[in-house]
Design a protein around this ligand. Structure first.
Ligand SMILES: *Cc1c(COP(=O)(O)O)cnc(C)c1O
Length: 220
């Protein structure tokens, strides 16, 4: 595995408006440093403890994205440094993110995770629920939260038609939600696409892809 050449290969394929999150979960710090030395600064992790350990050990100009399912009792550990939380799938989390943001005196960027896959195993809220949250009086009080977009994961399948359908549903949802705008709702990001489906995701309007194994190799 040559991390640097994998990264360069992928970056060359991404349009300028698409942000690359290098998903480094389960990978050692040496691998992350190889990507870092090749210019990568945004890394994605799915476990709070692992992300916090890496944050402490690695250069401080890395932007850490939490891409996994978030438990509210873990938010306090990442609140001092997390750059973007992708997996906000319920109102209760926003309340806790706001509380921990306030304690650390920093506004925490969040994406609302929308369920687009048919699989039951995937997390996320409905588009209606997202709309309800953006409209809610409670959100208007969360000064330490900034909702910057949406995130979704397609069904794990070889059926490209199915994947396209799910991604275009997320794009349509994003376009609809984008009408909501306030001091803490600024929807700009559509986080969709992983190693197996990022080209389809970009075709479907993604502007943030989360790529792990195509950069760092397979995980155990
Ligand atoms: C692991 C993970 C990825 C990256 O998956 P790859 O197939 O290795 O690119 C992207 N998004 C989420 C939410 C993940 O958990």
């Amino acid at each position: 595995m040559n991390i640097q050449s994998n990264l360069e290969h992928i970056k060359a394929e991404l349009p300028d408006n698409v942000t690359l999150v290098a998903v480094s979960k389960t990978k050692p710090n040496e691998d992350i440093m190889e990507a870092y030395n090749a210019g990568q600064r945004i890394f994605g992790e799915n476990k709070v403890q692992e992300m916090t350990d890496k944050y402490e050990a690695l250069p401080k100009d890395i932007a850490w994205h939490m891409i996994g399912h978030v438990q509210s009792n873990k938010i306090k550990y990442m609140a001092p440094f997390v750059s973007l939380i992708h997996g906000v799938d319920r109102m209760k989390l926003l309340k806790e993110i706001n509380k921990q943001g306030e304690k650390n005196d920093r506004v925490i960027n969040c994406l609302l995770q929308i369920k687009i896959a048919e699989e039951d195993s995937k997390f996320g809220m409905t588009a209606d629920k997202a709309e309800e949250i953006l409209n809610s009086d409670a959100l208007a009080n969360y000064k330490f939260v900034n909702i910057t977009g949406v995130m979704g994961m397609a069904t794990f399948t070889d059926d490209e038609t199915q994947i396209r359908k799910e991604f275009s549903y997320l794009k349509t949802t994003f376009d609809k939600l984008k009408n909501y705008k306030s001091f803490n709702v600024n929807l700009e990001t559509i986080s969709m696409g992983m190693s197996g489906d990022y080209k389809i995701a970009i075709d479907s309007g993604s502007n943030m892809v989360r790529i792990g194994s195509s950069i760092f190799g397979k995980r155990d």
